[in-house]
Design a protein around this ligand. Structure first.
Ligand SMILES: NC(=O)c1ccc[n+]([C@@H]2O[C@H](COP(=O)([O-])OP(=O)(O)OC[C@H]3O[C@@H](n4cnc5c(N)ncnc54)[C@H](OP(=O)(O)O)[C@@H]3O)[C@@H](O)[C@H]2O)c1
Length: 298
């Protein structure tokens, strides 16, 4: 076990050792935290115990072992069923819940934890399992700021652990928003790979060029966020009409190559709706209004 001198050693318990929970426990162990683990199927803890984890005989014992309890289960119902009977043990501890769910479930869970005298952090693992423990693995948390401050260094063992605010619902809101962002980018990537593939380009060769192009795309976000806040959409990055025409070229080129047009058509439809509501000569960030108004805008 390697001990990272940047992390203060502490005690943490992990409940639920599926794909995610196992990686969480490994990350805590790697940094040198005393890591207690519990899983319904006992054998799944064996490898972690061999790496230095402490096996708890029950979920109750896992809770009693540490001031910070990290839970990774399939859903909130499973978590509630499991923790309900042992809730009294949570008093005075922090429950950090990395189970995926909705903002409403997070708010209810925070109330439930408070009712049992526990601090609550809702969280989401944004970078899959492979990067857990590396600085680029994003973990978002929301809920008790005091609990996050207390356990910041332990949670930092997981990667780039950010606190978004006191509202426990923020973590699942970011979770779904960032998931949609990643899929928007990936849908564009898959379409692009199909398009250049039709011209005989190797996916890996294209990926190298595309990766080099992404900093330009991400550089637009801060500028466009400011435009959205100001409600003013200068055309420095092109107008809605110009982008709609370019997107139509992509639709036609895709059709000519015999590949699907779903992705560019979706974007073209958004641009067309923005133009129809008077934003044809506005900058492209004005599409936010089309999205925000949703069906009311049609
Ligand atoms: N895997 C990912 O890439 C990823 C990425 C981001 C977020 N997440 C989130 O992380 C959470 C866990 O996902 P996962 O991929 O680790 O799932 P998983 O591999 O299917 O593991 C599920 C875990 O929950 C336990 N479990 C299921 N039902 C239970 C019950 N009734 N009582 C007690 N324990 C029970 C399982 O125990 P047994 O071993 O006994 O079956 C196992 O430890 C989910 O909310 C998921 O959305 C996962």
């Amino acid at each position: 076990m390697t001990e990272n001198k940047n992390h203060e050693r502490s005690a943490v318990s992990v409940i639920g050792l599926g794909q995610m929970g196992t990686r969480l426990a490994q990350a805590f162990l790697t940094v040198g935290h005393t890591t207690t683990v519990w899983n319904r199927t006992v054998a799944k803890a064996d490898a972690l115990v061999a790496q230095g984890a402490v096996r708890a005989a029950t979920a109750d014992a896992a809770i009693a072992a540490s001031p910070l309890i990290v839970v990774s289960l399939p859903d909130y119902t499973t978590m509630q069923d499991l923790l309900g009977p042992v809730a009294r043990s949570l008093r005075g501890r922090t429950l950090a819940n990395l189970t995926s769910g909705t903002p409403e479930e997070a708010a209810r869970m925070a109330d439930w934890a408070a009712g049992h005298g526990a601090d609550y952090l809702d969280g989401a693992a944004m970078s899959g399992t492979r990067l857990v423990g590396r600085p680029e693995a994003l973990f978002v948390f929301s809920g008790s700021p005091e609990a996050f401050a207390t356990h910041r260094s332990v949670l930092a063992s997981l990667g780039n652990s950010m606190h978004l605010g006191a509202d426990p619902a923020l973590a699942p809101v970011y979770d779904t928003a960032l998931f949609g962002l990643a899929w928007g980018a990936l849908a564009g990537f898959y379409h692009a790979v199909a398009l250049v593939g039709a011209a005989g380009v190797d996916p890996a060769d294209f990926a190298a060029v595309a990766t080099g192009h992404m900093p330009f795309v991400t550089s637009l976000m801060a500028d466009h966020a400011r435009q959205i806040e100001d409600g003013r959409f200068p055309d420095d990055d092109g107008t809605v009409e110009v982008h709609a025409a370019a997107m139509e070229h992509l639709v036609q080129t895709s059709r000519a190559q015999g590949i699907g047009t779903d992705v560019p058509k979706l974007i073209k439809a958004l641009l067309d709706r923005a133009a129809a509501t008077g934003h044809g000569t506005s900058g492209i960030a004005s599409v936010i209004e089309t999205i925000t108004k949703g069906e009311r805008n049609v």
